[in-house]
Every structure is written in C-alpha cells, then in structure tokens.
Design a protein around this ligand. Structure first.
Ligand code: ZN
Length: 159
C-alpha cells in the first residue's frame, strides 16, 4: 500500500541541520504516526512521502519555504517584563506563549535587558534546511473515527 490522502503512516525519523547535527528524532522503538494529507507534517516532507510504501527508507531535504518558513525580523520584538504576566523568572532561551503584534504565539526569549525582554516569534527551525532520514514502518488506511478527529489513534498517535 502506498501513501495517499487519508493514509496513516508510521515512521522513524531523524532530522539534521546542514552541518549534520541531529536536531530531532523519533525515540528508539517508538515510531511516530500521522494522518497523511492533513497538514500534520511540514509541507515539503508530506509532499515527498506521497506515493511511498512501507519498508522504504528515504532522505528528504526540505527548504525553509517548504519547512518552517524564512526568518522574519518582524517577529522579533521588545516587550516590557510586566507584559509577560505569570512568569516569575525570565531567562534567555526560555520558550513561552506571549501576546504579540501577530496575536498569541510561541516565542523564544533572546535577550533580557533591564525591564525589557526581547522575544522572537520565529519557529526555532525557521530559515534552516531540514534534512530528514525517514524509515517507513507501516502504511494503512485511516479509520472513520480517525478521519473525523483529524489525527491518528493508537501507537504513535493520540489517545
Ligand atoms: Zn481522536
């Protein structure tokens, strides 16, 4: 069975940057499962997996435009510390949810200067090529319940 819209795909992966450093990977023996064709993966990876079958191994390079986007300076802003309510200790590198000019989003604290905090709303992997090594473990059709929920149930999925 090959991957098409509404397939449930189970796979192991590792993700490297252009220097070959592993940024992320599935845990050993715990492959990830996703519902294909529903925007659950970055677009460039989902497109490359279309038509592939269980047992295949592939290497996929995804450019920022097809991944987490280009970095945008407009997503970097300074806010007063008091704007970040409910957070006792603000440290550089911390990830938090903040109200920004673009609405609520996950941001990274990149600097703390006196009473001002610099927050960066770019995805941590924005502007980077994503180099995936994929090992396709299983491909099956989604159940009606999974389609209704828009995600996978069982091992590697939700519930
Ligand atoms: Zn569900």
């Amino acid at each position: 069975m090959s991957i098409k819209k509404d397939s449930v795909v189970t796979f192991n992966y590792s993700l490297k940057d252009d220097a070959g450093e592993v940024i992320d990977s599935s845990a050993p023996g715990e492959p990830l499962a996703y519902l294909h064709g529903h925007g659950n993966l970055v677009p460039g990876l989902e497109r490359e997996l279309e038509g592939k079958s269980a047992g295949e191994k592939l290497t996929v390079k995804v450019t920022p435009a097809d991944g987490y986007g280009e970095r945008s300076n407009e997503l970097i802003q300074k806010v007063p510390r008091r704007a970040l309510k409910g957070i006792n200790k603000i440290t550089v590198g911390m990830r938090l949810h903040a109200q920004t000019q673009q609405g609520p989003r996950a941001v990274t604290v990149t600097a703390v200067t006196g009473d001002m905090v610099t927050i960066d709303g770019n995805h941590p992997l924005a502007g980077q090529n994503l180099n995936f090594d994929i090992d396709l473990v299983d491909v099956r059709d989604a159940t009606e319940e999974e389609l209704a929920h828009g995600h996978v149930h069982g091992p590697g999925g939700h519930h």
